[in-house]
Ligand binder design. Structure first.
Ligand code: KE4
Length: 428
């Protein structure tokens, strides 16, 4: 594959945009080489600026669950744009998507829309602190909840990839209120709670982690967190920015049957436009301004254009919920195919998968937390990434990310991907 034009565009971009990108993980720092510049995309395929067609396993980090330029979403956006894009005033479509989201997700009565997953998680923590009148939060090493100061304490995703888990600019004052636990380690959480009695407002977790690669919760872990929160008057926040409307219509709460107090959303809920959201039962949400004292706001929150994309997306998923099963089957097929060829080529690896999220780790150990995820062989990952790219397959440019399967993928695409793994594995 030739990437000359992408490299030329990258030179220009770096002159006026820090690192040439508007989000660090896109810069390929973890895998080396120049990032790919996309010209357009349709269904399961990206078309880059050099005319290469790539099978896309990132799908804008999750939103394009039905494929790029999905007609019902595109049509909704085009029609809405003709009538104006944002008014800073309430519109009916905000109520429509709010009603639909509330009908799809368990344990939420009300939802507030914002413009990103970061805003959703940041606001959810402020709401939990305001509701419980307590200051500290527990997050998990390797989990990423966006780039708000309270979360950049051994974050996952780009922060880990970037090798600087604790970002400069986060003050000691902020960091002291963020307590760090080990994912899938209930005893560790209980120890932290007992050493900070009556000071913890919430536990925020990716109920299925996707920012250390894909790491599902071990049996009983989420249930244990639920019990600890009930026993200690702590709110349980499920960060479902990745998993919401992806792993099931009702997200992880539905898939695994564990109730959260506050749920955050992003990615799929916006259908590819900038939308985040946070939601909870009425008793909690009514603490939000203008009803209650917890302030949160946004110029473009709930803007009609983004709402049109999100409503079209959620309507598709709500009306065709067999999509979730189809996605899970395609992901299982891919898992089995990749595992078979890597075993045949004696490549040490482990694959994590749940629903339409999957990640390949070049490690012989099970990957169940940040520590074990970090033990993967990153040199092998780099070779794997570039090998797959040369075969026309675009996977996450970091070992600390999950792949996102889109319904637009055919079984022929999956077979092409498995064949590419077989070719690349020869040189790992
Ligand atoms: P955004 O602010 O990027 O919309 O959402 C932050 C966020 C919150 N919670 C979870 C579980 C997330 O995965 C994210 C963002 N995910 C990353 C990919 N791992 C976004 C990609 C990027 O940073 O460019």
């Amino acid at each position: 594959m030739i990437y000359k034009r992408s490299s030329a565009l990258f030179v220009e971009a770096q002159k006026v945009i820090p690192g040439g990108v508007n989000s660090p993980v896109r810069a390929f720092k973890a895998v080396g080489g120049d990032p790919i510049f996309v010209k357009e995309a349709k269904g399961a395929y990206l078309y880059d600026e050099d005319g290469n067609r790539l099978i896309d396993y990132i799908n804008s980090w999750g939103p394009m669950i039905l494929g790029h330029a999905h007609p019902p979403v595109v049509n909704a956006v085009v029609e809405k744009a003709k009538k104006g894009t944002s008014f800073g005033m309430p519109t009916e479509i905000e109520t429509k998507i709010a009603e639909l989201a509330v009908s799809m997700v368990p344990n939420i009565d009300k939802i507030r829309f914002v413009n990103s997953g970061t805003e959703a998680c940041m606001s959810a923590v402020r709401l939990a602190r305001g509701f419980t009148k307590k200051d500290k939060i527990i997050k998990f090493a390797g989990c990423y909840h966006g780039h708000s100061d309270s979360f950049l304490i051994q974050a996952g995703s780009g922060a880990v990839t970037f090798g600087s888990p604790n970002s400069p600019g986060v003050t000691e004052g902020t960091a002291k209120d963020t307590l760090l636990a080990r994912y899938n380690d209930l005893e560790n959480v209980e120890e932290i709670i007992n050493s900070n009695k009556n000071e913890i407002a919430c536990i925020i977790i990716e109920p299925v982690a996707g920012n250390m690669g894909c790491i599902p919760p071990v049996e009983g872990f989420l249930e244990g967190l639920r019990s600890l929160c009930d026993a200690h008057n702590i709110l349980l926040i499920f960060d479902e920015v990745m998993t919401g409307f992806r792993l099931a219509k009702g997200g992880v709460q539905e898939l695994l049957g564990v109730d959260a107090d506050i749920v955050t959303f992003g990615k799929v809920i916006g259908g590819g436009l900038p939308v985040g959201a946070f939601a909870a039962r009425e008793e909690i949400m009514n603490h939000l301004a203008p009803l209650g004292p917890v302030y949160q706001a946004g110029t473009l929150s709930g803007n009609p254009l983004a709402m049109a994309a999100g409503l079209a997306m959620l309507t598709e998923l709500n009306d065709h919920s067999e999509i979730f099963d189809s996605l899970a089957k395609k992901t299982a097929y891919l898992h089995e195919g990749i595992a078979k060829v890597l075993e045949e080529k004696n490549v040490v690896h482990t694959i994590n998968r749940i629903g339409s999220m999957i990640s390949v780790h070049f490690s012989e150990k099970s990957v169940i937390d940040f520590e074990s995820a970090a033990e993967g062989n990153n040199d092998t990952f780099k070779k794997f990434f570039h090998g797959m790219l040369d075969q026309g397959i675009y996977i996450a440019p970091s070992a600390f990310e999950t792949w996102f399967i889109t319904e637009a993928l055919t079984y022929e695409d999956l077979d092409e991907t498995i064949k590419a793994v077989s070719i690349v594995a020869e040189k790992l």
